[in-house]
Design a binder for this molecule. Structure first.
Ligand code: MSP
Length: 653
C-alpha cells in the first residue's frame, strides 16, 4: 500500500553540452531522494527538464548558423543521454519549448493579467545577459552582476510587470510562520533580510528586444521573460491549468524543489508569489544546496577531465560517483572538489570498507562452507551488538533523508559497514575454521556477516542501486528474499542455503599516482584532437602485439611449476595491490609477493594449495623479496587463483 505521494523536482537546466559534475549534483541528489521514497513506499513523481528560451540561447544558435530549436534539440538529446548515463530515474522530462508548456504558460499569464496582477509599464534596469536576470541599482555590485560578477547593461523598454510588491506581506508571513519552507536556515535568513524585509519591487516579466520565447498572449510584440516561463514548469508538467484533475491534483503541491543556492531567490520569492496570485497551494519545501567548487573557484568543464561526469562514470562507475557527491559534501554547504578527495573517498569507503567486506565474506563462505550460506546457531554478546546496530540504521537513515541530509544518511550506513568489518576481526573465522568443534560458531558468524551485508545492500539502494544488485548476485539472493525496506528492520531475513558467487571486486582500488597521471595524459591528448585517429590505430597495434607467439614444448619445459601451500599471508605495507605470502613447497618455504590483494583477503589464502612458477628469477617488489610467482586466471575482471588438490612439492607439467 502506498504511503502517499511524493513530488520532487530539480531545476530545469539551460541546455548546454558543457554540463559538469556540479550540474549533476542537484539531479543526483533528487534521484537518491526519489529512489529512497519509492523504496519506502511512496508514489513518486520526479521531474526534471530543460529551460530553453532566452536571448542567450538565441544568440548562440545564431553563432552556430542554426535556428534556436534546431540547435537546442541536439543539446537536449545530449542532456538526456547524460541522465541516462548517470542512471537518473526521473519520471517526466519537460522542455519549455514543448507545445503543452507554451500553451499553459500563456494561460497562466492570462489568468494573472485578468486578475490585475500583471500590468504594462516601462522597464529600466540593469540586465545581466548570461544570467538572464534584471537587477536594481541597489543590487548590482560595482556595476557588475551580483551573481556572476559580469558586466550588466542599463536597459529601458516597454514591458509587462508582475505585481510582486503586492505579495510582500504574504511572503513575510510565509517565511515567518513556516521555518521549514526554505532550508537550510542560512538561506532563509538571507532571503528575509536581504530581499523580503527591505521591500520587493514589481518584476519585469516580458521582453521585446528578442523573440526567442513564449509570446505574451495579449501582445505578440513581447515574449514572456524566462523566469515566469521556467518556474511554471513545475505545474505545467502536471497539466495545470488545463487538466487540474489528473497529475496536478495528485502531486501538487510539490514536496520539495531542489535548487542551487543562486536560484533560491527565484524559487522562494517569485515562485510563491506567482502561486499566491494564481490562488494555488505553495510547495512544501525549497532546499537551496551549496556549490561544488574547484580549488581556483567556480567549476567549469574547460578546467579538465575530472569534472566531466561522463569521464568520471567511465573510469569509476556511476555508483561511485553518486556516492562520492552525496557523501563528501554536506548538501546545504559549498565544498571543494579535487582529484585526491575523490580518490581517497572511493578507496577508503568503497574499495576498503564496503568492497572488502563483501569480498572477504563471500570468500570465507566459499572456503569454509563450500559456498553455501549456513544457518545461524545461537547468539553471543558480539552477535547481539552487531544485530542491534544492523536493525537500527534504517530508522536513522529515514530521519536523515527526510532532512535531505544525504551525507549523514550515508555515514550512518557506513557505521554498519565498518562495524561488520570489525565483527570479522573480533570473531576471526579463519581461527574457528581450524577446529571442527567450532563449526557451529563459524556457521553463525558467516550467517551474521551475510545477513548484515543483505541489510547494507538495501540501505545503499537509493544511492547505488547497481551495487545493490551486484551484492545480491554474490549472495545468491533474489529480489523478494528479504530485500524490501521493511526487511532492513529485522535480522535473519536472509534465507540460509543460498549459494554464493564470487564476482569481480565491487570497487577496484585506485592507484592515486597512476590515476592522476592517466587523467593528465588524457587531458593532453584531448587538446591534440588531430592525433585521435592515429591513437586509435596505435591502440589496435598494441592489442595485436599482446597476442602471445607460438612456443615449442622445449619452451614450456623451461618452466618449473610446483604446488605450494600458503602458510602465512599479510598485506604489503607499501603497496595496496600486493600481498606477501609464505609458501611451503615440499621441504622449502619461500616468500612470494603477489598482486592479488584486490581479489583475496590475506586470511582467505591461508591453507590454499597454489601453483607456483618456482624457477622465476627472484626480484624485489616495493622492497620485499619475491621468489617465484603464483598462477591465477583472469575472467571478467576477476582474478581466481589456480589451485591444486595434491600435496605441496608436487610438480605440475
Ligand atoms: N535554468 C535555470 C533553472 C530554472 S528552474 C525553474 C538554471 N539552470 S542551470 O543549468 O544553470 O543550473 C541548474 C542547476 O545546476 C542549478 O541548481 C545550479 O545551482 C546547479 N549547479 C550548477 N553548477 C553547480 C556547481 N558547481 N555546484 C552545484 N550545483 C551547481 O539555473
Amino acid at each position: 500500500m502506498s504511503k502517499g505521494t511524493f513530488y520532487i523536482t530539480t531545476p530545469i537546466y539551460y541546455p548546454s553540452s558543457n554540463l559538469h559534475i556540479g550540474h549533476t549534483y542537484t539531479t543526483v541528489a533528487a534521484d537518491a531522494m526519489a529512489r529512497f521514497k519509492r523504496l519506502t513506499g511512496y508514489d513518486v513523481m520526479f521531474l526534471t527538464g530543460t529551460d530553453e528560451h532566452g536571448q542567450k540561447l538565441q544568440r548562440i544558435a545564431k553563432e552556430n548558423g542554426m535556428e534556436p530549436k534546431e540547435y537546442i534539440d541536439k543539446i537536449v538529446e545530449g542532456v538526456k543521454k547524460l541522465w541516462e548515463t548517470m542512471e537518473i530515474s526521473y519520471d517526466f522530462f519537460i522542455r519549455t519549448t514543448d507545445d503543452y508548456h507554451k500553451r499553459r504558460v500563456q494561460e497562466i499569464f492570462k489568468k494573472l493579467y485578468e486578475k490585475g496582477d500583471i500590468y504594462k509599464g516601462t522597464y529600466e534596469g540593469w540586465y545581466c545577459t548570461p544570467c538572464e536576470a534584471f537587477w536594481t541599482e541597489t543590487q548590482i555590485v560595482d556595476g557588475k552582476c551580483p551573481d556572476c560578477g559580469r558586466a550588466v547593461e542599463l536597459t529601458k523598454e516597454e514591458a509587462y510587470f508582475f505585481k510582486l510588491s503586492k505579495y510582500q506581506d504574504q511572503l513575510l508571513k510565509l517565511f515567518e510562520e513556516n521555518p521549514d519552507f526554505l532550508e537550510p536556515e542560512s538561506r532563509r535568513n538571507e532571503m528575509l533580510n536581504n530581499f523580503i524585509r527591505p521591500g520587493l519591487e514589481d518584476l519585469c516579466i516580458s521582453r521585446s528586444s528578442f523573440d526567442w520565447g513564449i509570446p505574451v498572449p495579449i501582445d505578440e510584440k513581447h515574449v514572456i521573460y524566462v523566469w515566469l516561463d521556467a518556474l511554471s514548469n513545475y505545474i505545467t508538467a502536471l497539466g495545470y491549468p488545463e487538466e487540474k484533475e489528473g497529475a496536478y491534483q495528485k502531486y501538487w503541491p510539490a514536496d520539495v524543489h531542489l535548487v542551487g543556492k543562486e536560484i533560491v531567490r527565484f524559487h522562494t520569492i517569485i515562485w510563491p508569489a506567482m502561486l499566491m496570485a494564481l490562488g494555488e497551494p505553495l510547495p512544501k519545501k525549497v532546499f537551496g544546496h551549496g556549490w561544488i567548487l574547484l580549488e581556483g573557484g567556480k567549476m567549469s568543464k574547460s578546467k579538465g577531465n575530472v569534472v566531466d561526469p561522463v569521464i568520471l562514470v567511465e573510469r569509476y562507475g556511476v555508483d561511485a560517483l553518486k556516492y562520492f557527491l552525496l557523501r563528501e559534501y554536506s548538501f546545504g554547504q559549498d565544498g571543494v572538489f579535487t582529484n585526491e578527495v575523490l580518490f581517497n573517498r572511493l578507496n577508503s569507503d568503497l574499495a576498503n570498507d564496503l568492497g572488502n567486506l563483501v569480498s572477504r565474506t563471500i570468500t570465507m563462505i566459499e572456503k569454509y562452507n563450500g559456498g553455501i550460506i549456513p544457518a545461524a546457531k545461537g547468539e553471543t554478546e558480539t552477535d547481539a551488538d552487531l544485530k542491534k546496530l544492523a536493525t537500527s540504521v534504517s530508522g536513522i537513515v529515514e530521519k536523515k533523508m527526510d532532512r535531505l541530509d544525504f551525507s549523514n544518511a550515508l555515514e550512518e550506513i557506513w557505521k554498519l559497514v565498518r562495524r561488520t568489518n570489525k565483527y570479522i576481526d573480533e570473531t576471526m573465522p579463519w581461527m574457528l575454521a581450524k577446529e571442527e568443534a567450532n563449526k557451529e560458531r563459524l556457521d553463525t558468524v558467516l550467517y551474521n556477516l551475510a545477513d548484515s551485508i543483505r541489510i547494507i545492500s538495501i540501505l545503499i539502494q537509493p544511492f547505488m542501486h547497481s551495487t545493490t544488485k551486484k551484492i545480491w548476485v554474490q549472495l545468491g539472493l533474489d529480489e523478494g528474499q528479504g530485500t524490501t525496506w521493511e526487511d532492513t528492520f529485522v535480522f535473519g531475513k536472509l534465507p540460509s542455503g543460498l549459494k554464493v558467487k564470487r564476482q569481480a571486486p565491487l570497487f577496484p582500488r585506485i592507484d592515486v599516482a597512476e590515476e592522476l597521471k592517466a587523467l593528465e595524459d588524457m587531458g593532453a591528448k584531448k587538446t591534440d584532437k588531430k592525433q585521435q585517429p592515429q591513437d586509435k590505430a596505435e591502440s589496435k597495434e598494441v592489442a595485436k602485439t599482446q597476442e602471445k607467439p607460438e612456443i615449442t614444448i622445449d619452451d614450456f619445459a623451461k618452466l618449473d611449476l610446483k604446488v605450494g601451500t600458503v602458510l602465512e599471508c599479510k598485506k604489503h605495507p607499501k603497496a595496496d595491490k600486493l600481498l606477501i605470502l609464505q609458501v611451503k613447497i615440499g621441504e622449502e618455504t619461500r616468500q612470494i609477493v603477489s598482486g592479488i590483494a584486490e581479489y583475496y583477503s590475506p586470511e582467505a589464502l591461508i591453507g590454499q594449495k597454489v601453483v607456483v612458477v618456482a624457477n622465476l628469477k627472484a626480484i624485489k617488489l616495493r622492497g620485499e623479496e619475491s621468489k617465484g610467482m603464483i598462477l591465477a586466471a583472469e575472467k571478467d575482471g576477476t582474478l581466481t587463483l589456480v589451485t591444486a588438490n595434491i600435496d605441496d612439492g608436487a610438480t605440475v607439467s
